[in-house]
Ligand binder design. Structure first.
Ligand SMILES: [Zn+2]
Length: 440
């Protein structure tokens, strides 16, 4: 097995994590560290000098930024430059350097979501929005920047070591759903339905009130019950989606009033679990409360008699590092929350999954983060795209992911497939996006 060697006077968790992801996971290279100059000079294959001194002319020299040698979380001064058409930062001024910037430190900054630990202006739900990000400032929200850097760096390595074997990254598609409300009207208590009905009458929403009555006396289907439609698509396109299910206690919005003790609800989830993967959709109020989240995970787990390992935060409510620390406490192994509500694209500037690094403890964890790039609600409610516009933007995004052999993760809701109110015409968007996503 080919091995490359990296020289650094200090080898620590931050540095090892960044190299393991960029060189190991993305490029597929095996590497070893050394802090011994003599050993480094004697090594005859590909080697990277990650220090401020030029050591040996046959190595690739990357003068480091301080970030990976620091242990605190500090405000970082970031100036954006350009290299091979792509934005870069953490540049060095060394003429003889083989790379004009520290791609390990820059990757670390982006995938650890370093900037989300620093003070920022929260949105109305207390979240980090896209316009607070470096990706927004550098205009690379819709680009998997780390993958694009990796392609350039691979070429540079290959130029000097043509026998070097890299990993072939292949494009993959994963469909995911959040179930906030399984039904608009059905399987709710009589009191809740009566309350809803009276509210609609008092607000002159006669159409909705009539629809509620019609569904309740079973003349028409519940508009949010789009599960049969989903299944026809899964069968047609051979898809195995993941469903994230909200089973929190309802104490007010933005949590969803789900009656998780209802027999029909239980049956629905059990049915889905027969074919598909089921994850938890931790409620708004479980956010900083490990015990509440544990109870929700237990509810689903009991329902389907399986251990729950996958999760996505309701409303994408995500605070670093607390949210992920709680998920780890509750033995969740995969999180799918990493994306923006208000923009499509790459929150961590990469089109792959990766292990979460807890910056507050300077430690790599076993929690795997699976970023998503497109959410239905973003396209319609935040960006106010028409269905045609949404399709066009989804096509471009999928292309950007395909080019780098990344993972495209799509987030949809059962109630967005209702073909009612502002979702008329969105089944078409959903189908077109899937067709493009699976096209060979
Ligand atoms: Zn939700």
């Amino acid at each position: 097995m080919q091995k490359i060697l990296i020289f650094s006077s200090e080898i620590n968790d931050r540095l090892h994590y960044a190299a393991s992801f960029f060189l190991g996971e993305i490029l597929g290279l095996n590497f070893e560290w050394t802090d011994n100059e003599a050993e480094f000079s004697e090594f005859s294959f590909l080697k990277i000098n990650y220090s401020n001194q030029e050591i040996c002319a046959t190595s690739f020299w990357m003068p480091p930024h301080d970030l990976l040698f620091e242990t605190d979380i500090l405000a970082q001064k970031i100036e954006l430059g350009e290299w091979k058409k792509w934005p870069i930062f953490f540049e060095n001024k060394q003429e003889n350097a083989d790379f004009p910037f520290d791609f390990l430190a820059a990757t670390f900054y982006l995938i650890t979501r370093y900037e989300e630990y620093l003070p920022f202006e929260k949105d109305k739900f207390g979240r980090f929005s896209a316009n607070q990000s470096l990706a927004f400032r550098g205009d690379f929200l819709e680009k998997p920047l780390i993958n694009l850097w990796a392609i350039e760096i691979k070429k540079i390595f290959q130029n000097r070591f043509s026998t070097l074997i890299f990993k072939e990254n292949t494009y993959k598609f994963q469909l995911t759903y959040d179930i906030d409300y399984a039904w608009a009207f059905l399987n709710k208590s009589a009191i809740r339905n009566l309350g809803g009905f009276l509210k609609e009458i008092s607000r002159f929403q006669f159409k909705k009130a009539t629809e509620r009555l019609s569904v309740l006396i079973q003349k028409t289907d519940d508009p949010f019950d789009t599960f049969a439609y989903q299944k026809t698509l899964h069968d047609r396109f051979s898809l195995l989606p993941i469903y994230f299910v909200h089973v929190g206690n309802y104490t007010g919005e933005p949590d969803a009033p789900i009656n998780f003790e209802d027999e029909n609800f239980r049956k629905l989830i059990q049915n889905l679990a027969e074919k598909y993967q089921i994850g938890v959709h931790p409620s708004w109020r479980s956010h900083h409360n490990s015990g509440v989240q544990k109870a929700e995970i237990g509810r689903i787990s009991t329902m389907i008699s399986k251990k729950i390992k996958d999760s996505r935060q309701h409303y994408l409510r995500l605070d670093f590092p607390q949210t992920y620390q709680i998920l780890i406490e509750n033995e969740i192994e995969n999180d799918y929350s990493l994306g923006f509500s208000d923009a499509i694209g790459f929150r961590a500037s990469v089109a792959n999954s990766f292990f979460w690094f807890d910056l507050s403890r300077n430690k790599t964890t076993n929690l795997r983060l699976h970023p998503f790039q497109i959410m239905d609600v973003t396209l319609n409610n935040y960006l106010h795209f028409s269905p045609e516009n949404a399709i066009e933007n989804a096509m471009k995004m999928i292309e950007n992911i395909r080019v780098v052999g990344g993972n495209f993760t799509l987030l949809w809701h059962n109630n967005s497939l209702s073909e009612r109110e502002n979702w008329v015409g969105w089944r078409h968007v959903f189908e077109k996006t899937i067709e493009k996503a699976i096209k060979k």
